[in-house]
Structure formats: C-alpha cells, structure tokens
Design a protein around this ligand. Structure first.
Ligand code: FCB
Length: 475
C-alpha cells in the first residue's frame, strides 16, 4: 500500500549545536556546561567530547548542499548560547551571531526552511557557576538571549522552538547525572524544570511582544509508560508515576498552567523541596504556543521498585522485545498513541515531529556504502504510525528525522550513530546512507510503499487508540 502525506507536509532533518558544530574554542565562543562535563573521565564513552564533532561550523556549506541534494524541505538546528553570549549574559559575540546568520542564508538560498531551537542543552558554564537553571536569573538571561537572536535572525527565520527536551535538561542532567552538569539531586532537578519553563515563558513573551512574525513552539520528549505486569497494582501505579515525571510534569504546566497534583503530592510525601509554583510564573509558562514539538523514540515498561527513588518506577523492556542497539524498544504504535493523546487529552491543535530516529551499528562496506536497513525499517514503521495519526485527525505539519548526520551523542559519544548521513570522524567525510537515499525518495514522492501484511498486523491498536475522544482548545 502507498502511504501519501498531506500536501505541504514538511520533510526535514534535525541536529543540535553542540552535537554537530565542533569549533568549540573558535571565534570567541564561551565555555558550555558540556565542554566542562566532557573533561571528567568516565562521563563520556571513550572520553569523547563535542570539541570537533562534525565540524559543521566550517563545513555548513557542504552540509547544506547535501541537504539540498536529498530534497530536504527543512533543517532543525539549534543556536549555541555560548557562541552568542560567552558569559551567558551581557556582552554579545558578533562572530557567533554572524555564523548563524550565514547558516540561515545558506539554507534559505538552497530553498531549505530553518527551524531553530534556542536551547538544546549547551548552557554557558559561567551561568552554571552561578547556580545554572536553579537560579531565577538564568531564566531572565535566557529571555534576553532569545531577544538578541530574534533581533538578528527574526527577519529570515520564521519557525522557532524555545527549549529541547526540558525533561532531559532537568532530570537527566540534575538527578540522574548522566548529562551536563552531572548533578545528582532530585530537588535541584525539579527546581531546574521549573525555571527552564520560566525561561521558556520569558522567551515566548519576548517573541510575541517583538512581533517578529512566524511561529514558536517547544520540543518535548514524550513516550508512553506501561505497567510491566498489567495485573500488578503496584506496577500500574509505578507506570502512572513514570508517566507523571516524563510526560505530565512537562505537558501540564505548558497546556494547563498547573503541575500534576498526584506528582506534587507524591514528591511532598517523599520530603522533596518543591519549586515555588508562583501564580504569575505559571501564567508565563502557559502562554499560548503555536505548536508542540514531539521528540519520540521509544516506550518503556515500569516495575514497582522502591529502590528507584523517588518515583519507585524502574524501567524495563519485557524479555525478547525487539530493540535498537541502545536497547530502545521498537514501539511504533506508541508513537501513534502519543500523538492521539496530545490531541485527545490536551487539545493540541498543531504538532511538529521535532525528532524521531534510531541508533544503528553502521559500517562502511568495501564499496564505500552504508547499508543501514534497520534505520529504513524503523522509519517505515514510525512514518506509518504517523500516517495513522494523521488519518485519525491529528494535525501534524512536519517531520524532522533525527538526525541529519551522525553526531556527538552526549554520554554515548560517537559510537551511537543516528544519522541519515555517515560521518567518518577521522577525515570528516560524509556518506549518504541507504536510509538517506530512502528518505530522499520519501520526500520526492511525499510518501512510500509499505507491506499490507504489516499494516494488518497492527490494526488492533489502531481501533483502540481511535476510540479516544478529541477535545477542543489548547495549543
Ligand atoms: C534526544 C536529544 C537529541 C539526540 C537524540 C538521540 O534526547 O534531543 O539531541 O541526542 O535524543
């Protein structure tokens, strides 16, 4: 069967500044928390860092030419705050601004629409030294930084995202400690989640008041959490809490102006100091957005485990679950389910897929080819799921595959390859993978063929999620 997408559907690919740019110490860029975090042995696999990454800072023209060849309509990338304000506040580094201006011009010249994220985790270290996102000043500085970027690029850039994955920037960075700045304190993580949203609200306010034109959203990583044992009441409750911290803690303040009461109560009972929840700040964070960006990778199952503090929800895949090399389960029906939930439960009227993709062990063959058929398969499954959500009436206007190129995959360094384009990190040579060729065809045809047997095999879920009722209003 051929799956065709709506006319004007935007096909793109995504990246982030610290993961691709390299040139970490050039043209006046300040230190970011990731530069610092990578210095500590043990933090990053193989002791890697993003100091050189894909060198896109110098090779952006070649990269844009490759995007054009693939037919990409859009490129989602982020701005490195330390390039714009090396100290996070005050003095502006003109060379940093000029780089992004050149990149934007190159994209527009190639007919590719830039979608820009203001914060994809590379906080200036100088601000971390003053408490990072725990300090309300960081939110204010973020609002000011956003204004500087809007002033410089707002005449040409019409699609913005404030934050990327605030869950990771708050919880993985400050509770799990597996991302910069590597803190392990849950109250800190909650406070960070709150002031990230205050910063988001200030950037949004600045965008609206500045009348820059265009649309603005946020990119959230949302994935389903199911009970490992559906018969166990304890696992069911654990799944609700796991959903609470990953999904509802980040959706509710944006779309309802409140934090989920069950989670607030749970954390209070655990004796955790909660963020201030000030009325005016809640109002700021729940201003209307033009779209919600969804980063979707995989679902997971929750087991009640009191040792897994504070949610007591340990995540696992059931035995023999098909999964990627990162052990991320293949759960494409969950993608459809999450899209329907955003519309049915939160009334979201416009969604952009800001990330979706998988890691594979890619090798260059003697013919110089990269045959990443598992990535092609992952994309087929997820695009078919997206197509079902569209058919169910969810308004998704574009899809940004993660990632355009292989890149610096945070704590996993360079071994975790997510790209449509292979990077040889010794020579910086780019090779379009099999998946990149396949994706180019999807774009050219605005759709692709998929097996009827596969579609029939997932029909059961379609009818169950289709039964959810849609509500009106929301973002
Ligand atoms: C997301 C991040 C992105 C990339 C992918 C694989 O959590 O937003 O930068 O690392 O995962």
């Amino acid at each position: 069967m051929k799956l065709t997408f709506p006319k004007d559907f935007i096909w793109g690919a995504a990246s982030a500044s610290y993961q691709v740019e390299g040139a970490a110490f050039e043209d006046g860029r300040g230190e970011s928390i990731w530069d610092r975090y990578c210095q500590t042995p043990g933090n990053i696999e193989a002791g890697d860092s993003g100091a050189a990454a894909c060198d896109q800072y110098h090779r952006y023209k070649d990269d844009v030419a490759l995007m054009k060849k693939m037919g990409l309509h859009a490129y989602r990338c982020s701005i490195g705050w330390p390039r714009i304000q090396p100290d996070g506040a005050g003095a502006v580094n003109q060379k940093g601004l000029d780089y992004y201006s050149r990149l934007v011009d190159e994209l527009l010249g190639a007919g590719i629409t830039p979608f820009i994220t203001l914060y994809h985790w590379d906080l200036p270290q100088a601000l971390q030294d003053r408490g990072g996102w725990c300090n309300p000043d960081t939110a204010k500085y973020f609002g000011a930084y956003a204004g500087i970027v809007f002033d410089k690029l707002g005449d040409r850039v019409k699609h913005w995202m404030t934050l990327n994955e605030p869950y990771c920037a708050a919880i993985v960075s400050n509770h799990v400690g597996r991302h910069a700045p590597g803190i392990r304190d849950f109250a800190t993580a909650l406070r960070v989640s709150y002031f990230l949203y205050v910063g988001h609200g200030l950037a949004l306010k600045c965008f609206r008041e500045g009348n820059y034109g265009g649309d603005i959203g946020i990119a959230l990583n949302l994935m389903n959490r199911m009970p490992y044992n559906p018969q166990s009441e304890a696992d069911k409750a654990a799944a609700v809490r796991a959903d609470g911290i990953l999904n509802r803690w980040f959706l509710d303040p944006l779309l309802r102006g409140t934090y989920p009461a069950d989670m607030v109560e749970w954390y209070r009972r655990k004796g955790i100091t909660l963020p201030p929840f000030e009325t005016d700040e809640l109002r700021l964070m729940s201003q209307k957005l033009d779209f919600i960006g969804l980063n979707y990778y995989n679902d997971a199952w929750a087991v009640h485990n009191p040792a897994d503090w504070p949610e007591e929800a340990e995540l696992r895949n059931p035995p023999h679950t098909p999964a990627s090399v990162r052990d991320w389960a293949l759960t494409e029906t969950g993608f459809e389910k999450m899209l329907i939930r955003l519309k049915a439960k939160y009334g979201v009227q416009k969604i952009l897929i800001t990330e979706n993709g998988t890691a594979t062990h890619d090798l260059v063959s003697v013919e110089g080819r990269v045959e990443d058929s598992q990535r092609v398969d992952y994309l087929k499954r997820h695009l078919a799921a997206l197509h079902r959500a569209l058919a169910a009436g969810v308004n998704v206007f574009g899809y940004m595959q993660w990632s355009f190129t292989d890149n610096f995959e945070w704590a996993f360094g360079y071994d975790s390859r997510f790209g449509l384009v292979y990077i040889d990190y010794v020579t910086q040579k780019r090779i379009l993978k099999q998946s990149g060729e396949w994706y180019a065809q999807v774009i050219a045809n605005n759709g692709f063929d998929i097996s009827d047997d596969y579609l029939a095999s997932i029909g059961a879920l379609k009818s169950s999620v289709g039964a959810l009722k849609f509500s009106k209003g929301g973002a």
